[in-house]
Design a protein around this ligand. Structure first.
Ligand code: B12
Length: 221
């Protein structure tokens, strides 16, 4: 078995890795009530999920383990959302078109990005999951976003990302300007950014929000 990184099965990371739903949610509530940074709590959950994924890959957990982990994260976000919404609201920062690309139905990370962007004053149009490239381009033409955010966790999602970036580039003349694209997900790295033709990449929602704010501000100058 992969050891829990901090060797503490009673930690939030350890509890999620062990699929201890009650223990994990009690820890989230206690940390939120103690005023812990919600982003730090999310980071621990993300690490715990990575361990669940490894256990799935090694055959220790079945698909039900992934489903259970998804449920724990969903409930965690229900607890944390009010804390995130309390962040000071800024003026209108811009419009973001967001989705999980075709072939991929993972949406937990995307939903975190959505919540964070809204709390920073962005208008977010979340198209959902498994969205074909042509549909993203159609919505971009209709909504004229400042930036497009594509999420994907499967290795195969890179195909969908590449196709979507190409489609957005193809309709750029009709948009009147090139729309920057940021890709995100646990497996995403600089190599994936280069291969898909996207402008930016991240595997961390908080860093993603920072990159989006910078890109939108630069586009408006
Ligand atoms: C929960 C889970 C599921 C749930 C998803 C529930 C849901 N509603 O999303 C369910 C059970 C449905 C599922 C299904 C499958 N899964 Co799954 N799943 C996971 C698991 C355990 C956690 C994913 C997660 O939510 N992580 C937590 C979030 C917060 O992290 P995140 O997504 O990376 O997002 C963060 C950042 O990346 C960033 N971010 C994400 N998107 C974006 C977008 C933008 C624009 C920005 C700025 C930032 C950003 O912000 C987030 C917060 O920091 C992962 C393991 C792992 N290592 O991630 C496997 C994993 C992704 N799944 C995997 C697999 C294989 C599958 C299935 C194919 C299994 C099967 N045989 O059916 C199916 C896929 C079906 C499909 N077509 O998509 C593999 C993928 C392997 C690969 N390299 O392709 C993984 C890695 C597990 C593994 N190690 O084998 N899965």
């Amino acid at each position: 078995m992969t050891p829990v990184p901090d060797d503490d099965p009673a930690s939030l990371v350890g509890r999620i890795a062990a699929l201890d739903e009650q223990g994990a949610l009690d820890t989230v509530r206690a940390r939120a009530e103690a005023g812990d940074d919600p982003l730090a709590i999310i980071e621990d959950c993300q690490l715990g999920m990575r361990y669940v994924g490894e256990h799935y890959q090694s055959g220790r957990y079945f698909i039900s383990g992934l489903i259970m982990a998804g449920e724990i994260f969903r409930e965690t976000m229900e607890i944390l959302e009010p804390c995130l919404a309390e962040a000071p609201r800024r003026s209108e920062e811009g419009t973001v078109l967001l989705c999980t690309v075709q072939g991929d139905i993972h949406d937990i990370g995307k939903s975190i990005v959505d919540i964070l962007l809204r709390s920073y004053g962005f208008t977010v149009h979340d198209l959902g999951v498994d969205i074909p490239a042509a549909e993203v381009a159609r919505q971009a033409l209709a909504l004229a976003p400042d930036i497009v955010g594509l999420s994907g966790l499967l290795s195969a999602a890179a195909e969908g990302m590449k196709a979507t970036v190409a489609e957005l580039r193809r309709v750029a003349p009709d948009l009147g300007r090139p729309v920057p694209v940021i890709i995100g997900g646990g497996q995403i790295n600089e190599q994936a950014r280069e291969w898909t033709g996207a402008d930016l990449w991240t595997n961390d929602a908080a860093r993603g929000v920072r990159l989006i704010r910078e890109a939108v501000a630069a586009g408006r100058r």
